[in-house]
Structure formats: structure tokens, C-alpha cells
Design a protein around this ligand. Structure first.
Ligand SMILES: Cc1cc2nc3c(=O)[nH]c(=O)nc-3n(C[C@H](O)[C@H](O)[C@H](O)COP(=O)(O)O)c2cc1C
Length: 397
């Protein structure tokens, strides 16, 4: 008998993804950088926060809904943009549909495998993500296209510093998928018939191009071609951030903030939201877990901008902890990628249901009737937990 496709935890979705995906694709999602300090701390830090549950006086009705960038959402969990190349033939369209059925927002990476028009058709509440790459003219064209497709907001991800190398080794990823590379990669791919079969049924092989970075009327660049352009683009200044914000015009999130001083500069640059993020531990290794940096950033900006967090969210209690320390909502990355790999759109919906259930349990146990009542008083927070970065200029302690 076929195994029940439903899974009860994100850890189980990851186990199934590992079995199903070719090791190079699985390795590209595990990612991380250098020694893996940050990727590990993103997960471990959540375990250091201890709940202080009540024994009676719980509420029958519990409200988990909120809004992000003016978009009402049914739970405080949003899809973080990832290039989900080669995980599933429906890729970001399946993720967008799952987010829509669960009443929340889709974040679409500019390195994604599906055109923004197909993704906004699947979920009108889509935010389009961009890096600082290419000429200003090209950036304007990409924003025009996303706006015309109906994207409701822009996420500018500016934390990338091109770190490379992992102590556990990097997966080899082909420049482009064609018959020749399929044959080269056959030993890696053939032991994974289910993964191959989902692509065979769809009539496509993963082509590893970035359609949302194509010039108007031109061909989509390969993933590596696009990465090369990005590496050669001079990094942005704060004036550039302000420029990007003005050019977009609509709701704007700056993703990748870790420091208090940067958060305050982002407020000055006119952004509407920030995400406290270390790119899921894929960037500058030894950056602390995002949950350690959240409190000081949220305290510093107050109500001036919306504060989100991403990094290490694997269960509903993680969401509760982030909200209690000042996040309005969280964004998830690998959690939904494992769900997508394990069971397509239904797998991503399954992940949302796990997070909703876990968050609801936390709100119940902590004696609240709404996520908006979560606060640091709901926890024991160890004295050495927090990392306030950029809050004390020049101090060595
Ligand atoms: C495979 C992979 C690809 C990613 N691609 C992007 C991207 O294209 N744009 C972006 O802003 N962030 C990207 N990220 C970072 C995520 O948006 C998010 O910050 C991170 O995954 C959160 O950590 P988590 O995976 O522990 O939830 C990527 C992350 C992973 C794991």
C-alpha cells in the first residue's frame, strides 16, 4: 500500500525530501556556508527560549490572523523567496497556490524557475524579490514587469556577500539542463525514480534558467549567467536603497537586516518593512541566529516599520517565539521547500497546517486569545541569549 502522503512534522518532510531528491538538488536546498555556524544557530537558538505556560484560564477562540504590508493574512507565516529550481516541475506556482489556499502571501525570487505572471495568477498576494544586480535600466524593467503582473510589493534582498565553500562540500549543479548534462548527472538522478517521474509526467526537465531576469522580448539567462551579472554589479549604497524604494513606489521590504543601526537607516530610506534575516545561514557564516538579533532591532524601530523574521522556522512554536520578541510575522524557506519536494502543492499546504497547529497550541497554552498578546513575559530568556548588533558603536564588549 502507498505510504500516507501526509507528514506530521517538517523534520519528516525533510527526510522524505532527502529520499526523493537527487543528492545534488537536496544539497542545494540544505545549502549553508563555510563552517555552518549560522545555519546551525538559526535552529538551535529557538530551543534556548523556554515557554512559561498556564495551567488554567485558557481561551476557546484564538485569533492567528494579521497583515503584512497591508495584505490581510490568516496566519503570520509568509513564503520567503527561494530559487526552487529543479525541486518540482510546478515549482513556485505550486508554492503560490498552497499559500493562497492557506490565506497567505507568496514571496517570489527573481532567480525562480517560473515567470512572475504565472505566479501572480496562482496567488494575487505575491511579493516580488530582487537583488541589486544589473543596470538601473534593467532593474526598472524588472520592476515594471512585476508591477504589470500584479505583484503587490517588492522585497529587496541586500545581504548577499558571495561567500563560497562549505566544509561539507557543495553540490555540483549544471550550467544548463539538456540531454548531455542529463546523461552526465544520470548516476545522481537515476536512483530517484519518483523525482524523475514527476518531471517526466510534466513533459519538462528543469531548465535552470531565470525567466524573471530576461530582458524585454529576450531570452531568460541561465542561473549561472544571472549570478555572474550579479557578482559584477557594484554593491548598493543607502542612496541606492532609497532610489529602489522610490522607483518601486508601492509596499517595500528590505530583507537581510541584522544590525540595529542598519534597521534605523532602513527607516530613514523610507522602507515599509524589514526582515531580520541572515539568508537562512547561506551568507556570511558566524552571523548570529536571527531570533537572537530580533528583539533589539524591533525595539529600535518600534512602530515605524513592520518587522519580520526569517531563518530556522520549523514549527509553530518557533513562530510564537518570533512574534513574542517583536516580529509581526515570519517568513519560511526550507520548511516549504521540504514540503514541496515531499508532496508538491499539498506538501506545502501540509507545512502551513503544521505551523498553524503548533502556533495555535502555543497561544492556547500561554493563555492568550490572539497572537497579538504574545510577549517576552511568555518565556524564560537566558541572559546570554540576545545579540544586539550595531547598537553600541565602537564598543569592544
Ligand atoms: C535554496 C535556497 C534558495 C534561496 N534563494 C533565495 C533567493 O533567491 N532570494 C532571497 O531573497 N532569499 C533566498 N533564500 C533565503 C530565504 O528567502 C530565507 O531567507 C531563508 O531560507 C530562511 O531560512 P530557513 O530556510 O531556515 O527558513 C534562499 C534560501 C534557500 C535555502
Amino acid at each position: 500500500m502507498a505510504r500516507n502522503p501526509w507528514f506530521e512534522t517538517v523534520a519528516e518532510a525533510q527526510r522524505r525530501a532527502k529520499k526523493r531528491l537527487p543528492s545534488s538538488v537536496y544539497g542545494a536546498l540544505v545549502a549553508g556556508s563555510e563552517r555552518g555556524v549560522t545555519i546551525d544557530d538559526n535552529l538551535a537558538a529557538f530551543s534556548e527560549l523556554a515557554f512559561a505556560p498556564h495551567v488554567a484560564g485558557h481561551h476557546v477562540e484564538r485569533d492567528l490572523s494579521t497583515s503584512v504590508l497591508g495584505i490581510p493574512i490568516s496566519l503570520p507565516v509568509v513564503i520567503s523567496p527561494t530559487g526552487v529550481q529543479a525541486v518540482h516541475p510546478e515549482g513556485e506556482v505550486a508554492v503560490a497556490r498552497a499559500a493562497a489556499t492557506r490565506g497567505t502571501i507568496m514571496g517570489l525570487s527573481s532567480f525562480a524557475s517560473k515567470p512572475v505572471e504565472e505566479v501572480t495568477a496562482a496567488n494575487p498576494n505575491t511579493l516580488f524579490q530582487m537583488y541589486w544586480t544589473g543596470t538601473r535600466e534593467a532593474m526598472i524593467q524588472r520592476m515594471d514587469r512585476a508591477r504589470a503582473a500584479g505583484a503587490k510589493g517588492l522585497i529587496a534582498t541586500l545581504d548577499w556577500s558571495f561567500s563560497n565553500g562549505r566544509d561539507w562540500g557543495s553540490p555540483s549543479i549544471p550550467e544548463k539542463m539538456n540531454l548531455k548534462t542529463m546523461i552526465t548527472f544520470a548516476p545522481n538522478v537515476l536512483p530517484h525514480p519518483k523525482w524523475l517521474w514527476t518531471f517526466a509526467k510534466s513533459g519538462h526537465i528543469p531548465d535552470l534558467t531565470a525567466p524573471n531576469l530576461a530582458p524585454p522580448g529576450g531570452e531568460a539567462p541561465t542561473f549561472f549567467g544571472a549570478y555572474g551579472e550579479w557578482m559584477q554589479t557594484p554593491p548598493p549604497t543607502w542612496d541606492d536603497v532609497e532610489w529602489l524604494r522610490k522607483e518601486w513606489g508601492g509596499p517595500f521590504m528590505l530583507k537581510g537586516v541584522t544590525r540595529v543601526d542598519d534597521a534605523l537607516r532602513a527607516v530613514d530610506a523610507g522602507v515599509d518593512a524589514i526582515s531580520v534575516s541572515n539568508h537562512g545561514g547561506n551568507n556570511l557564516d558566524s552571523t548570529p541566529a536571527t531570533i537572537r538579533m530580533l528583539g533589539p532591532v524591533a525595539d529600535a524601530v518600534g512602530e515605524q516599520v513592520e518587522v519580520l523574521l526569517d531563518g530556522g522556522i520549523r514549527r509553530g512554536s518557533d513562530v510564537a517565539k518570533a512574534l513574542a520578541l517583536g516580529a509581526r510575522a515570519v517568513m519560511i524557506g526550507r520548511a516549504y521547500l521540504w514540503g514541496l519536494a515531499a508532496n508538491g502543492q499539498a506538501g506545502v499546504e501540509n507545512v502551513f497546517d503544521i505551523l498553524r497547529g503548533g502556533l495555535d497550541s502555543a497561544v492556547l497554552g500561554l493563555g492568550h486569545s490572539s497572537i497579538h498578546e504574545l510577549s517576552p513575559a511568555d518565556f524564560y530568556i537566558p541572559p546570554t541569549f540576545t545579540r544586539a548588533l550595531g547598537a553600541h558603536h565602537g564598543s569592544r564588549i
